[in-house]
Design a binder for this molecule. Structure first.
Ligand code: SF4
Length: 380
């Protein structure tokens, strides 16, 4: 079963830290984009391809009208064998998630909502240039439940400018009060030219020291543990396990997915490609019947193996050593054990010989260091 990713590149305002493929929302442009998306999806129709997830990411997919969402989902269902019980996720911003919009999304077929809440502190939301308040977020959760969404994820970002450990933990507690089914916690990464950098310099905001960021992560997860959530990936927890993101597991566990819309990526049948990133170019090319897919290439065995190693290690279940041997013909411990052993000694990594290799929670803080062991190696 593959996943289908659909990119919706429109936002009502541009957040000062954002590095995603997005632009300002415009009604006319959105309508033309949806027409192009539907045409593109239908032109790739292949009823033999089975899919069990559709994920609308952005940008702000909740800016779509429900009829547009329904058209895109219908195009997917007509073009591919989409499972009846497919997980259909829409990323939503609280300010565009009115009761009417949510009812429409539900009727259109979406059954999972991922709210970009980011913080329950209004001051922090203002610093990030977000349009919603903590109250808007609470209201959106309430409306979503009332409209029958029983698979709700709330995203929070930590290590925000001016954020102290207690501020972060207050947001974590507020999130727990909302009783989501799934929660993600991301570290804010401020890219070099982000307008937020200038604002931080002007306002004298700084981010907490590294040690505090580590404490934020560990204590935030402890509170989620105590509230009954189960961590299953570095940045993700769910309650119960049936609410784990089915779509994202395709990225972590060597799955396959098709991507539609500007800037979407795809990995399918051993190949990878991307779609043109400009919204206008995407519309023009689809309308003119031209190909929108670029840089199509076959994935090499080394690349597939390295990616399987570092993506798989993101999961708390870790790497299944026997499965890796079977799929990639590699004895991971024989190959990398010498470099990995110090991490096991430091209790950052768990090695169950012949069975599994997994990061401990402390190890997740240093995941990049551990994963670097896998990059550029040659099989012995
Ligand atoms: S809403 Fe999300 S995608 Fe849009 S500008 Fe803000 S961070 Fe970027």
């Amino acid at each position: 079963m593959i996943g289908i990713y659909i990119h919706i590149p429109f936002c009502a305002a541009i957040c000062n830290y954002c590095n995603f493929n997005r632009g300002l929302h415009d009604d006319g442009l959105r309508r033309r984009y949806v027409d192009a998306l539907v045409t593109d999806i239908r032109s790739c129709a292949s009823p033999d391809i089975t899919a069990d997830t559709i994920f609308f990411g952005g940008g702000t997919p909740s800016l779509l009208e429900s009829a547009e969402l329904a058209r895109i989902i219908a195009a997917c269902r007509d073009s591919f064998a989409v499972a009846d019980d497919a997980e259909i996720t829409i990323e939503a911003n609280p300010e565009s998630s009115t009761a009417a919009a949510l009812a429409g999304f539900r009727a259109a077929g979406a059954n999972r909502l991922s709210f970009g809440v980011q913080s329950f502190k209004d001051e922090e939301l203002r610093r990030l240039g977000r349009l919603h308040s903590s109250q808007t977020a609470r209201q959106a959760v309430k409306e979503a439940r009332a409209e029958g969404f029983d698979n709700l994820s709330l995203d929070l970002m930590m290590w925000l400018p001016g954020q102290r450990t207690e501020d972060w933990l207050a947001s974590v507690d507020a999130r727990i009060e909302q009783q989501p089914d799934h929660a993600s916690l991301y570290l804010l990464e401020i890219y070099p030219n982000a307008p937020l950098r200038d604002e931080m310099a002007r306002a004298g905001w700084s981010v907490a020291p590294d040690d505090d960021a580590a404490e934020m992560y560990l204590e935030g997860l402890s509170r989620l543990d105590r509230a009954g959530f189960e961590q299953y990936e570095i940045s993700n927890v769910a309650r119960p396990s049936s609410r784990r993101s089915r779509h994202n597991r395709k990225y972590w566990q060597e799955g396959q997915w098709l991507g539609f819309g500007c800037g979407a990526h795809a990995t399918f049948n051993g190949e990878r490609w991307r779609t043109v990133s400009s919204t206008a170019e995407y519309i023009d090319r689809v309308t003119a019947g031209q190909d929108v897919r670029l840089d199509r290439r076959r994935l090499g065995e080394v690349e597939r193996r390295e990616e399987a190693l570092f993506m798989g290690l993101r999961l708390t279940s870790g790497l299944d050593l026997a499965a890796m041997q079977l799929r990639h013909g590699i004895d991971i411990w024989a190959q990398y054990g010498q470099d990995l052993a110090p991490y096991v000694t430091a209790e950052l990594l768990i090695h169950e010989p012949g069975r599994r290799l997994a990061l401990t929670r402390n190890g997740m803080l240093l995941a990049n260091d551990v994963m670097a062991v896998f990059i550029g190696g040659t099989v012995r």
